[in-house]
Design a protein around this ligand. Structure first.
Ligand code: NAD
Ligand code: ZN
Ligand code: ZN
Length: 389
């Protein structure tokens, strides 16, 4: 409804608009760090009354006439990017870059040159699609996105296939991890924690977690046995140099994004410039990740950025042969392999959940998650009045 204003209201139920649509009755949905960028007003083209939410799952209740792979009654998880499955990008498995699903591509083209895919609940610039923090949601291209999940896996184990599990996975995958590698991850939020877990599964020898909230670092230490740096207390560059024999981590993952917090004076500089719109994003974690990375290393950026940043250390990137890789996650690529791992018990992302609440508690949930109250890491909302299964 406005900056830092979320309300739960009755709206007309979604209807089938195209033959490839389905309507889903949502059973579980979550709030993401990406929602905070919308909530805090840093993503343009949000309008009063827009329905948020891009991490959701549920039951198919209505099926369009052209849908073949899913049927009414199926329990599905839906990827947050909307992809047609047949365009050039989709054929190359670059699903978050689908060329057919953003009807407002011209706005994104003005800002970014070319448009990526439309996303659920993520501004008009990215399609204006109603999101899944709702009882019902329309899902276009239903034969391409949703994946059926087995009944014996509870919502909490599979919900994060919609976004943060593949995102953490892709963040680690972009690091080209080899045996012996040391990976540093900025941000111990849900995305950072799942990137850490993925890096371990891919064979990293050491994974280092960086944040300033002790309760979030504790998850990294206690759940995964990781080394942690609290950047509120310790100089990150110095600590990383000591931990890596002066060389720097082989790859650095930015799981923080455009609203990084940073101690003065640089933190204040970014806050002030962002406030008067002289730069759109606060990139302090990204700058630090670049400077800390070893020569020839990889900086994997899964934190979301919106526009233009300042004091970007391009000299460090160029002279030290760094590679920067990034993207909104190509979720569809990872659905089946990650679901298989969940089934086999190799992966269980539910450890990031700290709060289970009802959909009508969304205003309170956004506030808890934004302000890191009550040791909040990840909130799952359930529209049916019960806490999520
Ligand atoms: P979150 O807000 O819960 O976590 C961010 C964490 O970063 C917080 O714990 C915060 O304390 C920490 N942090 C802030 N400044 C820091 C700094 N200077 N150094 C180290 N840590 C710092 O959010 P989340 O849900 O974990 O999401 C993280 C980012 O990932 C967001 O930008 C989100 O938009 C993005 N995201 C990207 C994709 C994608 O497709 N690439 C998908 C989902 C989320
Ligand atoms: Zn998300
Ligand atoms: Zn496509």
């Amino acid at each position: 409804m406005g900056v830092k204003r979320v309300e739960v209201v009755d709206v007309p139920e979604p209807r089938i608009l195209n033959s490839q649509d389905v309507i889903i009755r949502v059973t579980s949905t979550a709030i993401c760090g990406s929602d905070l960028h919308l909530y805090n007003g840093y993503v343009p083209t949000m309008e009063k009354g827009d329905i948020l939410g891009h991490e959701f799952m549920g039951e198919v209740v209505v099926r369009g006439s052209g849908v073949k792979k899913v049927k009414v009654g199926d329990r599905v998880v839906v990827p947050f990017p909307i992809a047609c499955g047949v365009c050039n990008s989709c054929q190359h498995q670059l699903y978050s870059l689908c060329e057919n699903t953003n009807p407002n591509a011209w706005i994104a083209e003005k800002l970014w040159g070319h448009s990526p895919a439309g996303l659920f609940g993520y501004s008009h610039m990215l399609g204006g699609y109603a999101g899944g923090q709702a009882e019902f949601v329309r899902v276009p291209f239903a034969d391409v996105g949703p994946i059926k999940v087995p009944d014996d896996l509870p919502d909490e184990k599979v919900l994060f296939l919609s976004d943060i599990l593949p995102t953490g996975w892709m963040g680690a995958e972009m690091c080209n991890i080899k045996p012996g590698d040391i990976i540093a991850v900025w941000g111990a939020g849900p995305v950072g924690l799942l990137a850490m877990q993925s890096a371990l599964l891919m064979g990293a020898e050491r994974v280092i977690a960086i944040d300033r909230f002790p309760y979030r670092l504790r998850k990294a230490r206690e759940h995964m046995g990781l080394e942690c740096i609290n950047y509120g207390e310790t100089d990150v560059r110095e600590a990383l140099d000591v931990m890596t024999g002066g060389r720097g981590p082989d790859a650095c993952i930015d799981a923080v994004g455009m609203e990084a917090h940073f101690p003065a004076p640089l933190g204040l500089y970014d806050k002030a410039k962002q406030a008067v719109r002289l730069e759109t994003d606060r990139p302090s974690a990204l700058r630090q990740a670049i400077m800390a990375c070893r020569n020839g290393g990889i900086v994997s950026v899964i934190g979301v950025y919106g526009g233009l940043i300042d004091k970007f250390p391009m000299g460090s990137v160029m002279n030290r042969s760094l590679t920067i890789r990034s993207g909104q996650t190509h979720v569809h690529r990872y659905l089946k392999p990650l679901l298989d791992r969940i089934r086999k018990g190799e992966l269980d992302p539910s450890f990031v959940i700290s709060h289970r609440m009802r959909l009508d508690q969304a205003p309170e949930a956004f506030d808890l998650f934004l302000n890191k109250q009550d040791d909040c890491v990840k909130v799952v909302l359930s529209p049916n009045g019960r806490a999520a299964a």
